[in-house]
Ligand binder design. Sequence first.
Ligand code: GLA
Length: 391
Amino acid sequence: MELFFERTFNHNNHRLFFAPGRINLIGEHTDYNGGHVFPCAITYGTYALVSKRNDTSVRLYSMNFPEEGLIEFNLDNLQYDINHSWANYAKGMISYLKQAGYKIENGLDILIYGNIPNGAGLSSSASIELVIGIAIEKLFNLDINRIEIVKIGKQVENHFIGVNSGIMDQFAIGMGRKDFGMLLNCQTLTCEYAPIQLHQHDIVIMNTNKRRTLADSKYNERKRECEEALEILKKVIDISSLGELTEDSLKSLKNYLPNEVIQKRVQHVVSENARTLKALRALKANDLYEFGQLMDASHCSLRDDYEVTGRELDTLVETAWNQKGVIGARMTGAGFGGCAIAIVEKNQVSEFINEVKESYKEKIGYEATFYVANIGDGAREITEEEDQWVF
Ligand code: GLA
């Protein structure tokens, strides 16, 4: 990467930053409903070599998108530009940090390399936002509160890119800790770190290889359906988010909702929120079996009530459920393609992968890809010491 930087920008004066991707263990489509999520950062992520320039040009190159070539814009013109493809995430961060009052008066040379499969639902976009956010923080000595960078990342996603996503991805990526999951209350942003002790088990990530972007998925449609339900329920009870409803209270409120589809959406949000809290309790009590059951139930609810899974994710997950040594499996992230996760006994992992791979190929017609997930730290500058084992 360093040689590549030198060849691209004709100097080698840079610093190295990293932001991870994330998986969500449980608590799906609850974040923008003021509920709980339970994600963790993974060791796959986005690296950025960055240096400050003496003028106001920003030049960016991604080793993952060589076909896009060197992308260039100026600090004076930070409008979204469709031709700037992936670099809009970086541009959005610069623009919104400036709008928040941070002084960014020099341009930048930025080389990106990411090892998160793109479009797989492991938050490669939030990872770019956060890596740029912390690079700017450090290079301009801005000392920005981490939660503020997280919130600015979400603003970029919502208003610059146009995806109405919640806070989960940026939070997990900005605040992750090695070997810990985070139970985040998305209404208050209070977070409890819980050690992920899976003993003789690994978390296996299963990528459907069905590509999608949130912008072209039904993500915004689901969000609108939830907003519609909330507006109606607000007239009946005093709530500010669907996350405040309990499974019991929903029973008597369901009839106020206009149709079965909206009822199912709310049913998912409320039951998933309850499952997420139960899952943390199960993990703390060392009850992996119960944790796995909750994961399975989460997938069923996302498939039947929220309807965001699809044939590819269902095939992966349902095949995973039937394998030896599997504690639980579910889709992770937004759905509509992307990835699923399974908790699998370590000594069964290779057999598990072979079996699921074969069955998926037979049913879907192309291959799924598998990775064992390691839970890593959140976004940071990579010091020379850490650099030695990263590269
Ligand atoms: C995407 C969004 C998150 C969250 C999940 C679904 O990853 O970016 O904010 O809504 O989908 O849980």
